[in-house]
Design a binder for this molecule. Structure first.
Ligand code: HEC
Length: 283
């Protein structure tokens, strides 16, 4: 039996136990938080790892769509070619960097100046500061997305985050980003949507947000045969943002596996040594 089937079999049991223990059945039924559908991710589970092709597609979506409003200011261009990421070649990463304009300085005259980006630069944000962003966005602030996949993971709400501890589920962030980007729909009858606001069934803070639906089918060109749909774009950009939030995930999971292997071998060795020891004493 694979690890996945064990976890999925255990999940309802754990859920029932936790529910009995805390008496949260009523809170569950009330359903205040929007339901966020779980997705399948290549980086889920103990053997999970990023799919570089998916990260490259997600980067393309970020760059061509989201970057108009959102920065990823913690990511440097050189990260694009590092192990465990989108694995662009150094040449490609250098090329991407050079297509951005960064502000450097001051020069000998004490002035800041613009120059093409280098591998060591971080992605420049679309706005110089929060005030400028708000001014351009009608008062709303498009947050930096570098850590968004982690920031929203904690918002799954009680009681789900309790179960997540037991099931080791760690993909709530990308699930949410995918749900948000695919969650625009007609508001329910009677719901009032003020001008400049949009209805989204998955938005955590009350279904109304200031971000217009950013994606539509065929908007971003995919050259590897992957479907050019809102659903697929959302999946890919969510995976990309998981990587920006946790660039060392592959490494961490590999270490975790090695540690587990070590524990098993160690426990086995201990068991046999102990038996020998007791045998020795008994005879
Ligand atoms: C036209 C500008 C614009 C574009 C393009 C845009 N966003 Fe946004 N986004 C915003 C604004 C403004 C907010 C803040 C909304 C609010 O809090 O009401 C926001 C908020 C968000 C949030 C936070 C939601 C939350 O729970 O607080 C996420 C995640 C997000 N955007 C992801 C994306 C992604 C991914 C893309 C690209 C596919 C994208 N955005 C494209 C303007 C934009």
């Amino acid at each position: 039996m694979s690890k996945r089937t064990i976890t999925s079999r255990l999940r309802p049991v754990l859920a029932a136990v936790a529910m009995l223990a805390t008496g949260t059945g009523a809170a569950l039924a009330a359903g205040e938080a929007p339901h966020i559908e779980r997705q399948t991710w290549s980086f889920a589970g103990p053997f999970g790892h990023y799919d570089p092709a998916q990260l490259q597609r997600g980067f393309k979506v970020y760059r061509e769509v989201c970057s108009a409003c959102h920065g990823i200011s913690l990511v440097a261009f050189r990260n694009l070619e590092e192990p465990g990421g989108p694995l662009f070649s150094e040449e490609a990463a250098r090329q991407i960097a050079s297509e951005y304009t960064v502000i450097d300085g001051p020069n000998a005259d004490g002035e800041m100046f613009e120059r093409p980006g280098r591998l060591s630069d971080r992605f420049p944000s679309p706005y110089p500061n929060e005030e400028a962003a708000r001014a351009a966005q009608g008062g709303a602030y498009p947050p930096d997305l570098s850590l968004m996949a982690k920031a929203r993971a904690a918002h799954r709400g009680f009681p789900w985050f309790v179960f997540d501890v037991f099931t080791q589920y760690q993909e709530q962030g990308p699930d949410y980003i995918h749900a948000l980007l695919t969650g625009y729909e007609e508001p329910p009858e009677g719901a009032e949507v003020p001008p400049g606001m949009y209805y989204n069934k998955s938005f955590l803070a009350g279904h109304l947000l200031a971000m217009p639906a950013p994606l539509s089918d065929d908007q971003v060109e995919y050259t590897d045969g992957t479907p050019a749909t809102v659903d697929q774009y959302s999946r890919d950009v969510a995976a990309f943002l998981m990587w920006t939030a946790e660039p060392k995930l592959d490494e961490r999971k590999q270490m975790g596996f090695k540690a587990m292997l070590f524990m098993v071998v160690f426990a086995g060795a201990l068991y046999f040594t102990k038996r020998k020891l007791w045998d020795g004493i008994a005879h």
